[in-house]
Ligand binder design. Structure first.
Ligand code: PMP
Length: 303
């Protein structure tokens, strides 16, 4: 196996089988390759303080995956529990202690036209790979690309087609020397970054774009809202005007891969404060390592 496949460990799950990573394949005539028919998840496994492996919010990821398929009329017939078990089995088979996990439902052979019919094969794969977190702060810009809108595609679905928009947002940012960009929705309100949700802090109140702002309802976002409320913060989900970014006291983003990251610069605006982001980073670490007993229900043990 070459280096690319080596990183995926011993096995990738595909349609009921654990296959060597370079043997998990699909046809060039897969519907997903031609028409971007796929929905996926990004999930994460962590090692707890006493050396066990947990998957963070596995049930919620499985539910979001199944809902994403439903939103696209993809006839995916595994239950939440079956999806969870396959993900656990894949992590176990690879013997990773900490890893990123990628479940993906995609359509392959059997298509005649673009419409989704029962004749098209529905596939399910799960891969995982080691992920080293980095705690670097972010410098971002405003994107020249608007985020997609629910009148065009269901934004609550984590669909692979949405990531063409994310890729344009991220690539433009990188080409201009930034880590990422804040995308506005088509009405000019703050939406999200290429692969993360945004929060601002103003006068001690935490504000984040609401679900009608073309965002994915991130599971880290949902977790952070709960943690902050438990800590006594007021958290408001509402439309956020672009102007509010300039005058925010603190800005941070949330996502499975980035966890909680501070934004220290948006175009020429600089942010010095880090109180809320630091509190969250500390809390989050304690939660995923099972040191904080209040959030154990979010942890699924890989046993
Ligand atoms: N928005 C987008 C567009 C994303 O790709 C992600 C990453 N899944 C998020 C937000 C954050 O979601 P989560 O916290 O569930 O990873």
């Amino acid at each position: 196996m070459n280096d690319f496949f080596n990183k995926f460990g011993n096995y990738i799950y595909l349609n009921g089988e654990m296959l060597k990573p370079d043997k998990a394949k699909t046809s060039v005539m897969s519907h997903a390759l031609h028409y971007a028919t796929g929905v996926f998840e990004g999930v994460r496994a962590y090692k707890t303080k006493d050396g066990q492996v947990i998957i963070f919010r596995l049930e919620d990821h499985a539910i979001r995956l199944i809902n994403s398929a439903k939103l696209y009329n993809i006839n995916f017939d595994l239950s939440v529990n079956e999806v969870k078990q396959i993900i656990i089995d894949t992590v176990k088979a690879n013997e990773f202690e900490e890893c990123y996990i990628r479940p993906l439902i995609f359509l392959s052979e059997g298509f005649n036209t673009i419409s989704i019919t029962d004749k098209i094969k529905v596939n399910f794969m799960v891969a995982c790979w080691p992920l080293n977190g980095n705690d670097s702060d972010m410098k971002v810009s405003f994107s020249s690309y608007a985020r997609l809108h629910s009148s065009q595609v269901p934004m609550q679905a984590k669909a692979i087609s949405n990531y063409m928009n994310s890729i344009l947002i991220r690539t433009e940012a990188k080409n201009n020397g930034y880590d990422d960009s804040i995308a506005l929705d088509i009405n000019g309100y703050v939406s999200e970054l290429s692969t993360s949700n945004i929060f601002i802090v103003k006068d001690g109140v935490v504000i984040t774009p609401d679900l009608s702002s073309s965002i994915l309802n991130g599971l880290t976002r949902i977790s952070v809202i709960k943690i902050l409320k438990d800590e006594g913060y007021t958290v408001v989900e509402r439309k956020v005007a672009r102007d509010e970014i300039a005058i925010a006291d603190e800005i941070f983003v949330t996502g499975t891969a980035c966890e909680i990251k501070r934004i220290v610069q948006v175009d020429n605006f600089i942010y010095q404060k880090d109180d809320v982001a630091n509190l969250l980073k500390n809390k989050f670490r304690k939660i995923v390592t099972a040191e904080d007993e209040n959030y154990l229900e979010w942890l699924e043990y890989v046993v």
